[in-house]
Write a protein that binds this ligand. Structure first.
Ligand SMILES: [Fe+2]
Ligand SMILES: [Fe+2]
Length: 296
């Protein structure tokens, strides 16, 4: 990244953090937990019949929580990529404080309402956080592209988990968390926009890499593939949702296919992005036709 682009991003972040702090509503995790429902686990051991959540929702909410739990891993990688200068450090610390709240409120809610097995949840948290999080291929531009996608994906996933939960308390809590994820997405979407203005070739290249290779940050969670498949089958987050509610709205926002006066390198990157989207369309079509077969 050129020093000029770094300076431009730094100035945009400064403004974006001010806007974020003005827009972010403070909220208290303990106000979202029905403490009166709580019982001592020594008195009344956990049993699956106690959970009111439909099974796919249980899988989704545990996956979402374990992903939030791995915050130290993300913080470490982001600290490496952002470096020691301000306002990058201050933003990372603020973001970390907000994300930490998500794991706190979700765990408290799930334990008090006996929605998931507390022993398995803790074993999975230990395994997940011990596994850490590594993203050695990510530089600054790939990171802002990835996090734009990931924060929006997380917002969508939290919202549809809540909607399908048949649990008004969980829905209310996940709506609150999703509002935070939305503001995180807005900040990273703006940084990506800023990079597109100054160095479209480099930013489009980063977008190609991140759209093509996108995976959720929770891939290190025990049995990630099985859990993600259950979440997809329930329609909470699948490839179609990923394309229609995450990838395409962001690319539309950035007007990627309306940019003019591009260099040959930028044009080549945008052509590659078109090819990546065409492949995504084919995969979604295959998925939908398989689903129709199952329904028929
Ligand atoms: Fe979060
Ligand atoms: Fe977030």
């Amino acid at each position: 990244m050129t020093p000029q682009l770094h300076e431009h991003l730094t100035q945009r972040l400064e403004a974006a953090v001010h806007r974020h702090l003005a827009a972010a509503q403070d909220w208290l995790p303990h106000e979202y937990v029905p403490w009166a429902q709580g019982r001592d686990y020594a008195e009344l051991p956990w049993d699956e019949a106690q959970s009111r959540l439909p099974k796919p929702v249980r899988a989704a909410v545990a996956l979402n929580l374990l992903t939030e739990d791995n915050l130290p891993g993300y913080h470490g990688e982001l600290a490496r990529i952002y470096g020691a200068s301000e306002p990058w450090r201050a933003w990372l610390d603020r973001w970390t404080a907000e994300e930490g709240r998500h794991a706190i409120v979700l765990r408290d809610y799930l334990l008090v309402t006996r929605a998931v097995d507390p022993v398995a949840l803790e074993a999975d948290r230990m395994a997940t956080v011990s596994g850490g999080f590594r993203a050695p291929d990510k530089d600054m531009l790939r990171t802002i592209a990835y996090v734009s996608l990931q924060e929006l994906a997380t917002r969508v996933s939290h919202r549809s988990t809540g909607r399908l939960s048949e649990d008004p308390g969980l829905d209310r809590l996940l709506t609150r968390v999703a509002m935070d994820e939305n503001l995180h997405m807005v900040l990273y979407r703006d940084l990506t926009q800023a990079a597109l203005e100054v160095d479209p070739a480099a930013m489009l290249r980063a977008l190609v890499d991140e759209v093509a290779g996108f995976t959720m940050p929770g891939t290190g969670i025990p049995q990630f593939a099985r859990r993600a498949a259950a979440v997809a089958r329930a329609g909470i987050y699948d490839l179609r949702v990923h394309r229609d509610d995450v990838v395409l709205p962001l690319l539309r926002y950035w007007r990627v296919f309306e940019l003019t006066d591009l260099s040959p390198e930028a044009e080549a990157a945008r052509d590659e992005l078109s090819a990546v989207l065409a492949e995504l369309d084919r995969r979604v079509a295959r998925l939908l036709s398989r689903r129709e077969l199952v329904v028929a």
